[in-house]
Design a protein around this ligand. Structure first.
Ligand code: FAD
Ligand code: SIN
Length: 540
């Protein structure tokens, strides 16, 4: 089947949904998403959205905190633009019906602002500790009500349709362009051709590349891998953010314990009750995330313990239940009463700072291809993202991308060129699906052990050898057997793992989220720059 629209949006988190709503004002939108529409990292976001919203705060302070967290690699112009646009984007969400938490200030009612690591002021707009759910539900309701947006759930994009591969040599058009994507309908097993004048990757991050992650199962870096295969520049993949505090419990599947708890006075403690963050950073428990995660890793390796503890017991029980109802309830399900006992926590892979390189309009270096949200690298986060800047970046860049893409397609005379249907090339149904689960497990485990919070040359070399072997095996399997969603995701996590390993190997220093014990210092002279890779893992 062939489906035509002006805009193709891949992904239904905050980035994809916001783009779709805006773009629908100037054309038709097809939105494909690989599970049900709400399933996304966005849905699980807890802490909130950073936005200067009080008289005590300034744009300059938010910009400075963003740049400080980013360890010298943020693009100041991007940070300025995103920070200054935040209040307008928050206002839009409220107009869509998102009910952010409020508090009384004398006779006035104002936004209740939270605080998180690396922020020097209270500026996190939130909906209790379920911010993502509130935002996702409001956006989905607006999408469902819009007749110009066609939603395709349970459709997983396989690959982008590039002009150079499917139409003709790119000499005639100057540089390559994207005309949509092939996507597998998971319910029928058919591959459909989605054609569009502008295609948007809003596929989120790649936390599932690691054994332990706060991310939902959809986070397999599909958009980053598709952009890479299409020939786009991919930047800064070595900067994987590990969230310091995920619930340590065999059944909890890395449930996040929001940084907002430390913002409200939570203290990290060792098993014997001793606090330890003062010795690692002057901001102690509210230091930027890279520092807190590394400090916990250091303390765990030293003590041999399985976890550290986040202590909230000094706060009134009523306050905890009202401010963090979701976390309180979830902990109780696992037999932990956070009002009475410290919460066992460990770090887990949380956020992909790198991604498809874009400008501030979300445009990649391939015509008609945009990347927004966690799948993109705009230059905002540098070597370490400041807490609650991700939802914000998604909103701001989605808005700008919709304006840019609408202008690109407006009044175009030439249409989409003829594109061939997906070819199965004699693939047969696999009787060895165990290869997929085995390779998934292997990649996630060695990425955790060798390319995790603390890296070394030797570990990176080991990872490089293993991924090379596995990629060959996966590629062979990919072309021989009928495509499935597990296979598509496996191929993508292998590609993303290779991008992370290669980027980490190229950065011979330690900066932000990338820490290599063989180069423990920052090297401003040689490495104050982005790591950019193109197809063939060639540095751009
Ligand atoms: P996502 O919300 O992850 O959406 C990606 C979408 O793409 C999904 O719909 C997925 O199904 C779809 N998709 C992926 N691949 C394909 C494919 N091949 N074909 C079709 N569809 C596909 N950030 C903050 O700023 N504040 C917070 O408080 C915060 N809390 C967080 C808490 C948790 C537990 C997690 C995991 C993250 C948190 N983050 C937070 C980070 C933030 O939530 C994400 O970075 C952000 O939601 C990413 O939005 P997105 O739209 O780019 O991607
Ligand atoms: C959290 O609530 O700790 C997550 C915030 C973020 O990832 O920005």
């Amino acid at each position: 089947m062939e489906i035509r629209s002006d805009f193709l949006v891949i992904g239904s988190g905050i980035a994809g949904l916001s783009f779709a709503l805006k773009a629908a004002k100037s054309g038709t939108v097809a939105l494909i998403t690989k599970r049900d529409i709400k399933e996304s990292a966005t849905f699980y976001a807890q802490g909130g959205i950073a936005s200067v919203s009080s008289k005590e705060d300034t744009f300059e302070s938010h910009i400075k905190d963003t740049l400080d967290a980013g360890a010298g690699l943020c693009n100041r112009e991007v940070a300025e633009l995103v920070v200054k646009d935040a209040p307008a984007r928050i206002q839009e969400l409220m107009e869509l019906g998102v009910k952010f938490s409020k508090r009384a200030n004398g006779a006035a009612v104002e936004l209740d602002l939270g605080k998180e690591g690396g922020h020097s002021k209270r500026r996190i707009v939130h909906a209790e500790d379920l911010t993502g759910k509130a935002v996702e539900e409001a956006l989905v309701a607006a999408i469902r009500a819009n007749p110009d947006i066609e939603v395709y759930e349970n459709h997983i994009a396989i690959d982008l349709i590039t002009h150079s591969k499917f139409v003709e040599n790119i000499e005639n058009i100057g540089s390559d362009a994207v005309w949509g994507a092939y996507a597998l309908n998971k319910s029928t097993g058919e591959v459909h051709t989605f054609l569009a004048k502008a295609t948007v990757l809003a596929t989120g991050g790649a936390g599932k590349v690691y054994l332990f992650t706060s991310n939902p199962d959809i986070a397999t870096g599909d958009g980053i891998a598709m952009a890479y295969r299409a020939g786009a520049n991919i930047a800064n993949m070595e900067f994987v953010q590990f969230h310091p505090t995920c619930l340590y419990h065999s059944k909890a599947k890395s449930f996040l314990i929001s940084e907002a708890l430390r913002g409200e006075g939570g203290v990290l403690r060792l098993k014997d009750g001793a606090g330890f963050m003062e010795k690692h950073h002057p901001m102690a428990d509210l230091a930027p995330r890279d520092i807190v995660a590394r400090a916990i890793d250091f303390e765990l390796k030293k003590s041999g313990d399985d976890c550290v503890y986040l202590d909230m017991t000094h706060k009134p029980a009523q306050f905890l239940k009202e401010r963090f109802p979701n976390i309180h309830k979830k902990c109780l399900e696992f037999g932990i009463d956070m009002t009475k006992e410290p919460i066992p926590v460990v770090p887990a892979a949380h956020y992909t700072c790198g991604g498809a390189l874009t400008d501030t309009d979300g445009a990649t270096d391939i015509k008609r291809l945009y990347a927004i949200g966690e799948a993109a690298c705009t230059g905002l986060h540098g070597a370490n993202r400041l807490a609650s800047n991700s939802l914000l970046e998604s909103l701001v860049i989605a808005n700008r991308a919709s304006i840019h893409a609408s202008a690109v397609i407006k009044g175009e005379k030439t249409g989409i060129p003829p594109i061939p249907q997906w070819e199965t090339r004699g693939a047969v149904v696999s009787d060895e699906a165990v290869v997929i689960t085995q390779n998934w497990d292997e990649i996630r485990r060695f990425m955790w052990n060798y390319v995790g919070i603390v890296r070394s040359n030797k570990r990176l070399e080991r990872a490089k050898r293993r991924i090379a072997l596995l990629k060959d095996e996966i590629n062979e399997y990919y072309w021989d057997f009928t495509i499935t969603s597990n296979l598509i995701e496996l191929r993508n996590i292998a590609t993303v793992a290779e991008l992370i390993i290669t980027s980490a190997s190229l950065r011979k220093e330690s900066r932000g989220l990338h820490y290599n014990i063989d180069y423990p210092e920052r090297d401003e002279a040689n490495f104050r720059k982005d790591t950019i890779l193109r197809l063939g893992l060639t540095p751009a």
